[in-house]
Structure formats: C-alpha cells, structure tokens
Design a protein around this ligand. Structure first.
Ligand SMILES: Cc1cc2nc3c(=O)[nH]c(=O)nc-3n(C[C@H](O)[C@H](O)[C@H](O)COP(=O)(O)OP(=O)(O)OC[C@H]3O[C@@H](n4cnc5c(N)ncnc54)[C@H](O)[C@@H]3O)c2cc1C
Length: 414
C-alpha cells in the first residue's frame, strides 16, 4: 500500500513526529475545519515517539522491551490525520514533493520538516568503536546490555583490582545530557551491582568534560551544587580535560591521564539531521535549516522547519534557539497556527519563544536548574522537570494519557 492516497485537498506533510512534529500535527488536526480543505499527512518511521529525555532511566533501569513516550495510533485516534510509517528519503522543494523510502513521491502544499537531530561524534581515534551514544531507545538499550554484560563478567573475577577496572563507567560530556546519564548511573547502578552479587564500592564512575566546569548554561551556584552532588554519589568529576583517544577499556586524556572506562558513553554533542542539508534548503554552517521569524525556510517558504533540525532565532537576542524539547514543543503549534492562517488567507505571525526555566536531573530524584530567574536545587528542581513532561503529555494527549505516562515515569525511577 502507498504512503498517501490521492486527494483534492491541499496536503500538509509533517516529516518526523518527535516533540516538534507531534505538537504540530496535533495542533493542525484539532484546528482544521472542513471548509479549509486540508489533508494532514504525518511521515514518521516509528509507531511511537521515543522518550529521549528519559533515556538515562531506560539505560540503567530494569530490562524492558520497548519504551515509548507516546504511541502515535493512540494519539491520532479519531483525528483527521493519516500517519505513514515510513521515512522521508528526499525532499524536492522546487517541485513541492517528498520522496519516501521505496521511491513513492508525495506532493505537498506545505511541508513541515521536523526530523530532529543525531548524536555527533568528533574524529577522536577509537571513539566510534568503543563508545555508546544516547539518542534513541535502541542506544539506551545497547548501553543497558553492555552494562549487564560487564557486571556478569566482573562477577566471575576473583581478583579485586581486575574487578574494579572492569566495573568502570565513563560519561564524556558535562552538558545536561551527560550529567543526567552519569547521575542516573551513579544512583541506580549500585542496586544492579548488588543484584549481580557484587560490591558497589568496586564501582568506578567518571564524568569527563573538556571545559573548566559542567552545565555551562546554569547559574554558577547550581553548577557547583551539581558537582558536589555527583561527588557525594561517588562520581569522579574530571573537568578541563579533553579526550585525545580511546583504547579498549581506557579513555586517554590530552594530558596523558588514563581513565578506566569499560563502559563508555559519549554525550559530547548533537547535530541537526544530516540529511536535511542534502535537500536543497538553505542550511546554516552547522547544518540546521535556516528559518525566518515565522518558522518558514528562508529559501523555500512553502517549507516550515521546526525543532532541532531548524535554526530559528530568539528575536530578543538574535541567537539561535537551543536544541531543546521545550523549544520544539513551542515551535510545533506556532508553525501549525501559521499554516492554518495561510490556508485561510490570513497573514502569518512571528514566533515568540519563551524560556522560563531549565532543569537538569542529577540522579532520578534530585536536580538543579532555575525558573523565572530563581535558582532551584534538589527535589523542587526535579519536581519541576517532571512537571514539564506531564504538561507535554497533557498538551498532546489529554488527562488520561498524562495519567498513564506519569505512572510509568514514577515506576521507571525506582
Ligand atoms: C538523552 C537526552 C536527554 C534530553 N533531555 C532533555 C530535557 O530534559 N529537556 C529538553 O528540553 N530537551 C532535552 N533533550 C533534547 C530534546 O530531546 C530535543 O531537543 C527534542 O527531541 C527535539 O525535538 P524534535 O521534534 O526536533 O526531534 P525528535 O524529538 O528527535 O524527533 C525527530 C523525529 O523525526 C523522525 N525522523 C528522523 N528522520 C526522519 C525522516 N527522514 N523521515 C521521517 N521521520 C524522520 C524521528 O524518527 C523522530 O521521531 C534531550 C535529548 C537527549 C538525547
């Protein structure tokens, strides 16, 4: 069966159903009227939205076959939306068409590009061979399997020095993603270690960051508190140290230090979906699709780009917006509203982002961050972080779905 049936209506294609594409698709579906003569098609390979911001819990928690933020069939039930479970292989912006994998061409009246980002790994010798990245549920499950294999191997070792070297975990990257992963490892691994009959005091967990501090986006007091919390949980925090190469089980730093790292996670950065720069749309030096203040591509105004793949700018500062879910879920509805305005012959409006807070977990039950300029630490910060998830689930799925996901989230942190 093809991806999309012929229709006399004007077709809107949303490519990618992560945070940006889902919020856009839902807003379009709820806002469209029969007289608009619009057809909404979402093209996304996965039947569920991956829960990126909970990957740390998936990686360290008990084994589970699937972990999903939201199932698309549940989300779109009863709404005037078709979901095509396929991947956009090409965009032909000059003829207003996409090509899906398998070769089918589908024409559009408006395209919303929301294909996200991927982990970016620099050419450090040995890095790709030895490190896991953390950008999908599959990445998290790979890390979980690797960790379990390491603990099983350690349980067979009689020599304590060898066991300690084997039970070594390193996360490289002291931004929010790296800190969340290392915090969860430090808090939850001891239980996994005891379950394997091992002694948690043999665990070695390191965080390596090239800059002089971690969590550079946060106020200095919050950064210091995060470091103290990590150290209390037994993490060795190594800052001002760039990784020069990776060998089997060891990370070698630029100053020659060697850090035992049987399990290595690279959380050193992300880049926009690399395919987006091959599709004839104007992209910035870092590969993000350049959009105007109403989120339309500067080179092709029939194409909107939102979320991590797009380079939208903060109108107040002129700086590119950060690759964050909280930006993606504001851009999605804003793009949808502009498309509906265009469909009704009205003028599009500029997107006005708001950035009222930021929260980073340091282990599943504690966090740092700020809200409305006020620093938050500990349980208030982690509570606010979890509330932002619940708000998202309410926004796209309503009360019942939010209640279900909240129960799952609380169960994960145990
Ligand atoms: C481990 C981790 C933790 C994070 N924690 C936070 C946090 O606490 N707070 C926060 O604000 N942000 C967080 N982020 C960042 C946040 O997840 C991203 O900014 C957000 O996912 C961006 O949304 P998006 O819709 O642009 O992309 P995504 O959510 O990545 O969605 C992109 C979608 O496009 C689909 N896709 C890709 N290529 C194609 C194609 N060719 N055709 C069709 N579909 C395609 C993918 O399958 C995916 O569903 C975290 C990220 C990671 C990796």
């Amino acid at each position: 069966m093809g991806c999309a049936a012929e229709t006399p209506a004007r077709r809107i294609i949303v490519a990618g159903a992560g945070y940006a594409g889902t919020t856009c698709g839902i807003r379009l579906a709820r806002g469209v009227r029969p007289e608009d003569s619009l057809d909404i098609l979402i093209v996304e390979p996965n039947p569920c939205q991956q829960a990126l911001s909970e990957l740390d819990l998936v990686a360290v928690g008990p084994n589970r076959p699937e972990f999903c933020e939201l199932w698309h069939p549940t989300l779109y039930r009863g709404l005037p939306v078709t979901v095509c479970y396929n991947r956009v292989a090409d965009v032909l912006p000059d003829s207003n068409e996409i090509v899906v994998e398998g070769g089918e061409r589908v024409g559009y009246w408006r395209l919303v590009l929301a294909t996200g980002a991927v982990a970016s790994t620099p050419p450090i010798p040995g890095l790709v061979e030895h490190a896991s990245t953390m950008w999908s549920v599959e990445d998290a499950r790979r890390l979980q399997r690797r960790s379990q294999a390491v603990l099983t191997a350690a349980a067979r070792m009689a020599d304590r020095t060898e066991r300690r070297r084997t039970m070594s975990y390193t996360v490289v990257g002291g931004g929010a993603t790296g800190v969340e992963i290392v915090g969860t490892l430090a808090q939850m691994l001891p239980k996994r270690v005891r379950d394997a009959g091992l002694d948690p005091s043999d665990l070695n967990v390191h965080l390596v960051e090239g800059r002089d501090d971690i969590l550079f986006d946060l106020p200095e007091r919050e950064r210091a508190r995060a470091v103290r919390r990590l150290e209390r949980m037994g993490v060795e925090v190594i800052t001002g140290a760039f990784v020069s190469r990776v060998e089997d089980g060891v990370v070698v730093l630029a100053d020659g230090r060697r850090v035992d790292s049987t399990v290595l996670v690279w959380a050193g950065g992300a880049k926009a979906d690399p395919h987006a720069s091959e599709w004839g749309l104007e992209t910035s030096a870092n590969g993000r699709v350049v959009v105007d203040e109403s989120l339309r591509c500067v080179s092709h105004p029939n194409v909107y780009a939102i979320g991590d793949v797009a380079e939208a700018r903060n109108p107040a500062t002129g700086a590119p917006l950060m690759m964050l879910a909280q930006m993606a879920i504001q851009e999605g509805p804003a793009a949808a509203d502009n498309i509906l305005r265009e469909a009704r012959g009205e003028a599009v409006r500029p997107f006005k982002p708001h950035f009222r807070g930021e929260f980073v977990s340091v282990g599943p039950t504690w966090g740092v961050g700020w809200m409305y300029g006020v620093p938050l630490t500990g349980i208030p910060a982690i509570t606010m972080k979890r509330i932002t998830y619940v708000k998202y689930w309410l926004q796209v799925g309503g009360l019942r779905l939010a209640a279900k996901r909240t129960r799952e989230m609380l169960a994960l942190a145990r």
